[in-house]
Design a protein around this ligand. Structure first.
Ligand code: IPM
Ligand code: MN
Length: 369
């Protein structure tokens, strides 16, 4: 199988974590006889500096012409005073829109090796395994009109959803729940917002086609609390764009570090894969970045684009094994942990690579018997 991947590593720690993810993909390819073709293109702040645009036409063309896009991170302090449409983030939002993926999958898992990394007690987080399905192309991020009138001192964004936009993302959530613990929690603010009332009514309608799934509704404020109190009660969380943005960062607390979280955006012309964390310019180039979010994102690419489920799982097991052996990047380091070994971005990538090779070798030896 030949898979063409556009790499848009972007800013800050983006390039260093993406590089580790690419190494992992290459080793999977080598061991299994698949071929990845990687094309590197600029996006975000680097693209603004080199080409005057956060999403140059050549980057967009390459992305549209590939089987998958792997993104690192965008954003940097020097752009903080620019209006939204001139910032590095605008490049990512334009890319998301052009690729068309509307369902952003963000798993948040309490790994037992990291149970002490969460400020939540281990008995609260143990076994938590949540999959956020964040609607990615609607709501406040893209709704028109939008403006900031400096003269009148009035700014405006529009939360807008159509029934069809809710139907399509709800279907993805219900279908994923069928392969998991068969529960969907739909999150909205239907006690205040008409958009949320449309959301809730539509989700209820879609749910009728999935009688095997238990559907519950939560208001977003309550959900923010329940996620921390009883994370194990969640299976699939279905929500709109901004709520999903906020809740998925909050859910990083369950895992122990934002650096651990991967994501996949599906449903459009080309799937987009990006870790949930940002560009962390303060630690860029210091070897402190955690590449596991990007590596787990590569696993999601194998699952959702390449249909290599076994290899996706092999990467996920390799990550867990490396963590249970005590290896930690700086974000995961804890005081009073004698068994931990602090490693750099590069070393962490290398460790996962080695364990992954062991896992795949063993699998192949088993098949040969
Ligand atoms: C995320 C990020 C982005 C978002 C930014 C960088 C535009 O926070 O992927 O969660 O808000 O969607
Ligand atoms: Mn975010």
């Amino acid at each position: 199988m030949r898979i063409k991947v556009t790499i848009v590593a972007g800013d800050g720690i983006g390039p260093e974590v993406t590089q580790e993810a690419v190494h992992i993909l290459e080793s999977v390819a080598q061991l299994n006889g698949h071929k990845f073709q990687f094309i590197e293109m600029p996006i975000g702040g680097v693209a603004i500096r080199q080409h005057g645009s956060p999403l140059p036409a050549a980057t967009l063309d390459a992305a549209l012409d590939s089987d998958a896009v792997l993104l690192g991170a965008v954003g940097g302090n020097e752009f903080n005073s620019l209006p939204p449409d001139k910032r590095p983030e605008a490049g990512l939002l334009q890319l998301r829109q052009a690729l068309g993926g509307f369902a952003n999958l963000r798993p948040s898992i309490a790994y037992s090796a990291l149970s002490d990394n969460s400020p939540l007690r281990p008995e609260v987080t143990a076994g938590a395994d949540i999959l956020f399905v964040r609607e990615l192309l609607g709501g406040l991020y893209f709704g028109e009109p939008r403006s900031w009138d400096r003269k009148t001192g009035v700014a405006l964004n529009t939360m807008r959803y159509t029934r069809d936009e809710v139907v399509r993302v709800a279907r993805v959530a219900f279908e994923l729940a069928q392969k998991r613990r068969k529960k969907v929690t739909s999150v909205d603010k239907a006690n205040v917002l008409e958009v949320s009332q449309l959301w809730r009514a539509t989700v209820v309608e879609v749910a009728a086609q999935y009688p095997d799934i238990t559907l519950e509704h939560q208001y977003v404020d309550a959900c923010a609390m329940h996620l921390m109190n009883t994370p194990r009660n969640f299976d699939v969380v279905l929500t709109e764009n901004l709520f999903g943005d906020i809740l998925s960062d909050e859910a990083a607390v369950i895992t122990g570090s934002l650096g651990m979280l991967p994501s996949a955006t599906i449903g459009g012309k080309v799937n987009l894969y990006e870790p949930v964390h940002g560009s962390a310019p303060d630690i860029a180039g210091t070897g402190k970045a955690n590449p596991l979010g990007a590596i787990l994102t590569a696993a999601m690419m194998l699952r959702h684009t390449a249909e290599l489920e076994q290899d996706a799982q092999a990467i996920e097991s390799a990550v867990q094994r490396v963590l249970s052996r005590g290896y930690r990047t700086a974000d995961l380091a804890r005081t009073n942990q004698p068994n931990q070994q602090i490693v750099t971005t590069r070393e962490m990538g290398r460790l996962v690579f080695e364990v992954l090779n062991e896992i795949i070798d063993r699998r192949q030896a088993m098949h040969a018997v």
